[in-house]
Design a protein around this ligand. Structure first.
Ligand SMILES: *Cc1c(COP(=O)(O)O)cnc(C)c1O
Length: 431
């Protein structure tokens, strides 16, 4: 059997919070106006109290609410699959397993946190959520989640993607969300940018500024972020907790854990439950975060306080960053084009508990096509970064003869990214 599943009683009922286990505490987020630690009071304009609590919680395990578990059960537990045909193709003694998050309704890992965030907001009486999206993975996940709790979702979508990638916009609208191309004429930030440059193609940083601005200006509206923040990484740990149990069932433990890294949430989701073992000293796997060489946040960014958005409206966070005004080149892995990195992942990288590599776009698609031709699933371009690194590690094992166990996160499918595959197959893709 290639696919390893879980019995109902084995499904995780709690998320793992790494904050109390970190070797040193995270630096606090700073208020953009005063440069002093952000007061939880001020965060209440943007987030529900339950999420603010999770953001700084010192509880190691946090219960997943039954309402959230119920929605998770539509697609969770996700399969853990042994990539034996890929192993054969690579002629490697390594054992390769991948956790497949593309089975969610939105096609990626992002609904794991979208559902939780929509739930906690609804519970505290919030009626509307604003957010930003690049190619549409996050916006569609939140649109999907919002409908379960009667929350109106408004998505500021990076303008160039809004026009070039219409299908995820259709997904969002099908799930009832309102989608606005960003920069838009409806916010002060958008107006200012359009005045200077009416053809501005937009960026994630600009779209975040617009979504935050709207949430701050309305009493009934909160803001929701799909990566980077501690509570988002917390919700994603369901991936690694499941994977750990699935591997246990076949008597395995990973030597190497791999994930693509944009803001760090799918990498963290798979890794943190194993990082826990490493911090405890009971196991010593390697962890590899894989980023695009065109947006090398961990490998080339500086570790310092920076804003999460372009206009400087979000709290300042200590993280690896390329600078909040960095506009990454347009690559097909849109979900990895973010200037910053989750503070938790940045800290683990700084402490040398995890590693990072940066890889160019053509090498990514080569790996994705090799994977599709052996394992069948067409990876999202973001996930293909993890595929690339897993293949490279497996090839290293072929050189050394080591029978390592490699675990990677296939964070989503690429069925809405076929134009990128077309360009690659026609030889038109460049680095
Ligand atoms: C958004 C996205 C990513 C990158 O975001 P992280 O927060 O770093 O996980 C990776 N893979 C897929 C499929 C995505 O949609």
């Amino acid at each position: 059997m290639k696919k390893i599943l879980l019995e109902d009683h084995e499904i995780p009922k709690q998320w793992y919070n790494i904050l109390p286990d970190l070797p040193s505490p995270l630096e606090p987020p700073l208020d953009p106006q005063t440069n002093q630690p952000m007061s939880p009071e001020k965060l209440k304009a943007l987030f529900p109290e339950a999420l603010i609590e999770q953001e700084v919680s010192d509880k190691r395990w946090i219960d997943i609410p039954p309402e959230v578990l119920d929605i998770y059960s539509i697609w969770r537990p996700t399969p853990l699959i042994r990539a034996d045909r890929l192993e054969e193709f690579l002629d490697t003694p390594a054992k390769i397993y991948y956790k497949y998050e593309g089975v969610s309704p939105a096609g990626s890992h992002k609904p794991n946190t979208a559902v939780a965030q929509a739930y906690y907001n609804a519970k505290e009486g919030v009626k509307r959520l604003t957010t930003e999206t690049g190619a549409g993975q996050w916006g569609s996940s939140l649109a999907f989640a919002g409908q379960y709790f009667g929350i109106e979702i408004k998505v500021y979508m990076v303008k160039v993607s809004y026009h070039q990638k219409p299908y995820r916009r259709v997904l969002m609208e099908t799930w009832g969300a309102k989608v606005i191309p960003s920069p838009s004429p409806y916010t002060e930030t958008g107006k200012r940018i359009l005045e200077e440059d009416p053809d501005n193609p937009g960026s994630l940083g600009i779209a975040i500024s617009e979504a935050v601005e709207e949430a701050l200006s309305r009493e009934d509206t909160h803001y929701s972020l799909g990566s980077v923040l501690n509570h988002v990484l917390l919700h994603q740990t369901v991936i690694g907790l499941e994977a750990k149990k699935q591997l246990e069932k076949v008597g395995q433990y990973p030597d190497i854990v791999i994930g693509s890294a944009g803001g760090g949430s799918n990498f963290a989701g798979l890794s943190l439950p194993f990082v826990m073992d490493k911090l405890e000293g009971s196991k010593n796997p390697r962890f590899i975060a894989v980023e695009p060489s065109s947006c090398p946040t961990l490998t080339k960014g500086r570790y310092e306080y920076d804003f999460g958005d372009t206009a400087g409206m979000t709290p300042l966070m200590k993280m690896h960053t390329l600078g909040h005004d960095f506009i990454p080149p347009s690559i097909h892995a849109g979900g990895l084009r973010y200037h910053g990195m989750a503070p938790i992942i940045s800290k683990l990288y700084e402490e040398k508990i995890i590693e990072a590599v940066a890889v160019p776009q053509t090498a990514i698609f080569k790996a994705a096509v090799d994977f599709a031709r052996t394992e069948g699933i067409i990876p999202a371009p973001e996930s293909a970064h993890a595929v690339r690194a897993a293949i490279d590690e497996a090839l290293r094992c072929r050189e050394t003869g080591e029978e390592k166990v490699i675990l990677f996160n296939l964070s989503g499918h690429g069925l809405l990214d076929l134009s990128a595959y077309q360009q690659y197959l026609e030889g038109k893709l460049t680095d």
